[in-house]
Design a protein around this ligand. Structure first.
Ligand code: APR
Length: 238
């Protein structure tokens, strides 16, 4: 079978942004050691203590504006620019580092820190400022803006688009994710069943490593540029 892939789906997680200085969730000292998920990442937590939740995301929204994309983000942007086939970067991350590195074909399945969602009129607004002081929605004027981030118990965004990309993919890569959270953690199995080759690039074995045809372990900033070079070299020869 021709080993050169045509259509690629790349799933990224917090590990791809770790070398940019953004905390992951489940590594030692990660966000879920600093905060209880149910307090800051659920609709119930937001209803119970909106200020706590707004301040949690305000701090992350401010922090993401002080860091830069790393070599892994830049390599994926290079791949996105050069790849002639279909390519979709499905990110679980809510930072904008893929875009700031220049990637265009990016889908945020868990939302974005730099977007505010009005709980009243459901409009979205690019947002870089705090929300804890309850600014009015630019659409309806109500003080009903929340982080445009998918909380536990809420549906991730654009799942139909993700599954359409998985159906067309002949290569699925997972970068910097623990494989702890569904539906993202199940994409590798969907991709396999649909006939794609699968590769994991992660600092260490993830919960789903055994589902992958190939696994490379190390920092994304080292693994991803090499992997992109291999892909582009293979495509040039095809
Ligand atoms: N390079 C590559 N991988 C790394 C690096 C690095 N420099 N540093 C950490 N990792 C790996 C860790 O080994 C781990 O497997 O990244 C993964 C991070 O896992 P999590 O912290 O669980 O983050 P993620 O998989 O993105 O979490 C998924 O859970 O809480 C929800 O919505 C949140 O989107 C998030 C989802």
């Amino acid at each position: 079978m021709d080993e050169t892939p045509k259509n690629i789906v790349i799933l990224t997680g917090a590990g791809i942004s770790a070398e940019s200085g953004i905390d992951t969730f489940r590594d030692a000292g990660g966000l879920w050691e600093q905060h209880r998920v149910e307090d800051v990442a659920t609709p119930e937590g937001f209803a119970a203590n909106p200020d706590l939740v707004q301040r949690f995301y305000d701090a992350r929204r401010a922090a993401v504006q002080t860091v830069e994309p790393n070599g892994a983000h830049e390599a994926l942007a290079r791949l996105d620019r050069a790849w002639k086939g279909e390519l979709l970067i499905v990110t679980q991350n809510v930072d904008d580092l893929h875009e700031r590195a220049g990637a265009k074909r990016v889908l945020h399945m868990h939302g974005e820190l730099l977007s505010a969602l009005c709980a009243r009129c459901e409009t979205r607004h690019r947002w870089s400022a705090p929300l804890f002081d309850r600014p009015p929605c630019h659409g309806c004027g109500e003080q009903a803006l929340r982080p445009d981030v998918v909380w536990f118990g809420e549906m991730p965004y654009a799942m139909d688009r993700i599954y359409a990309a998985l159906r067309a993919a002949d290569l699925f890569a997972s970068i910097g994710t623990s494989g702890a959270v569904y539906p993202a953690a199940g994409f590798v199995r969907d991709a396999r069943e649909l006939g794609a080759r699968t590769i994991e690039l992660n600092l260490e074995r993830s919960e789903g490593s055994h589902w992958f045809d190939e696994a490379r372990h190390g920092p994304a900033g080292q693994l991803v540029p090499h992997w992109v070079d291999e892909l582009l070299a293979g495509a040039d020869q095809a």
